[in-house]
Design a protein. Structure first.
Length: 412
């Protein structure tokens, strides 16, 4: 079972009222919510997050009985034999009405086997996580050997990714100690874990020769490719945003006293604007990577990227702007078809032209500072991957500007 959430009903959420988003197909259990800016994607995902946060610690699922409580105390008010009893019953009634409205006033979530999900969560065997659009991993390099502190059952918005380097260095120390004590099977298990993680980084950075190196003197890790070497604290915004999700989930999936290499724990993960900071290739690969790496997690994401929309075949798609449900997803649709059918091509072209205008201004400045070079480095991957069907004129002019910039004598 991967369709843990089988439907979302919007009761009242700003301009959205009485909207049903069903997830009915077990083979399309992930949900991609799309629509233009202002359609309500973020407020909806935040409402789902708040609903889960408010109910996840309710061991006895009392929130499922709120309607019955309201009916019970309505009858109590009606049938009260005197004013004191009626007053006490009315206080109870208002309490449950307020609690019901606070929980269900915006959205109501239909779960598949609610008791199972919440029981597994209480035991630490079910993941609940939310990643906002402004996510950024705040990794800190340990100064001393430090055990990671992992949030497994707190607020689902709280990430443990800042603890990931503590986790890595602690594993390296455990491996060395295990070998020293001739516990070779334990040491080999950790070694295999690092090999698997290195392969994950190779896939993410599209570099089969990438290496993950550990400096035992200062407990730091270096990612080394053929072109450059960098630390986890020096990642670009795009890779930082992706690793914030991946490293947090890896930590949450770990057992209390055991190393987990197979990330098959069940869960529900919400990601707002999953394409944030990602160049086009990462937009295409992020959902396939996450669903393969964490096969038993149901992902509910928002996006307005056509490259995300058709990237997996296991998703239901809902367009909040047009209130359109695509039960079988859009994996068989072309990028151009999605752009023409679900987005305004002119709006995408305008965004690209704005970026091109900025790139033109920067590359033609007589003197450039560090911020200018950083902005150019940010814009080039985006503009270099423009498909011709979006705007061939933008692509052509970018190539011309890039060549001129690379040939400037004072930059040689």
């Amino acid at each position: 079972m991967k369709r843990y959430i089988q439907g979302i009903h919007i009761n009242r959420l700003f301009h959205l009222n009485n909207v049903d988003i069903p997830i009915t197909d077990d083979s399309h259990y992930n949900l991609i919510i799309t629509g233009k800016n202002g359609s309500g994607k973020t407020v909806l995902l935040n409402a789902v997050k708040d609903f889960i946060n408010r109910t996840k610690s309710d061991k006895f699922l009392n929130f499922t009985n709120l309607e019955e409580q309201i009916k019970y105390w309505e009858k109590g008010v009606k049938d009260a034999s005197d004013e004191n009893i009626r007053f006490a019953a009315s206080i109870k009634l208002e309490h449950y009405k307020k609690e019901f409205d606070e929980l269900f006033g915006r959205v109501n979530i239909s779960f598949n086997d609610l008791a199972y999900i919440y029981n597994q969560y209480q035991k630490g065997d079910f993941i609940l996580a939310f990643y906002g659009a402004t996510r950024k991993s705040q990794m800190f390099e340990p100064q001393n050997p430090t055990k990671p502190s992992i949030n497994r059952t707190g607020n689902i918005s709280e990430s443990s990714s800042s603890q990931f380097l503590n986790f890595l260095s602690d594993l390296k120390i455990q491996e060395a100690l295990a070998r020293n004590e001739h516990q070779l099977s334990d040491a080999d298990e950790i070694s295999v874990w690092f090999n698997d993680f290195e392969k994950l980084l190779q896939e993410l950075f599209v570099d089969p020769n990438l290496k993950l190196e550990f400096n035992y003197r200062n407990y730091s890790f270096t990612i080394r490719s053929a072109e450059k070497a960098f630390r986890f604290t020096e990642l670009s915004d795009g890779f930082n945003a992706v690793l914030d999700i991946i490293t947090d989930l890896i930590l949450k999936i770990q057992g209390q006293n055991s190393l987990t290499r197979v990330y098959n724990k069940e869960g529900i993960v919400l990601i707002d604007e999953i394409e944030t900071h990602l160049h086009l290739q990462l937009q295409k690969s992020i959902l396939p990577l996450l669903t393969r790496l964490f096969p038993n997690i149901q992902f509910i994401v928002t996006t307005h990227s056509p490259f995300v929309l058709n990237s997996i075949d296991s998703a239901t798609v809902y367009d909040l702007e047009n209130h359109t449900l695509i039960k079988d997803g859009l994996s068989n649709a072309s990028y151009s078809g999605i752009v023409e059918g679900y987005f305004k091509q002119d709006e995408l072209s305008k965004d690209l032209r704005d970026k091109l205008d900025l790139y033109r201004i920067l590359t033609r400045k007589n003197e450039l500072n560090d911020d200018d070079f950083a902005q150019i480095a940010y814009l080039e991957p985006i503009l270099s991957e423009i498909p011709d069907y979006l705007d061939s004129s933008v692509a052509a002019e970018f190539r011309k500007l890039k060549l001129e910039f690379e040939n400037r004598e004072e930059l040689q």
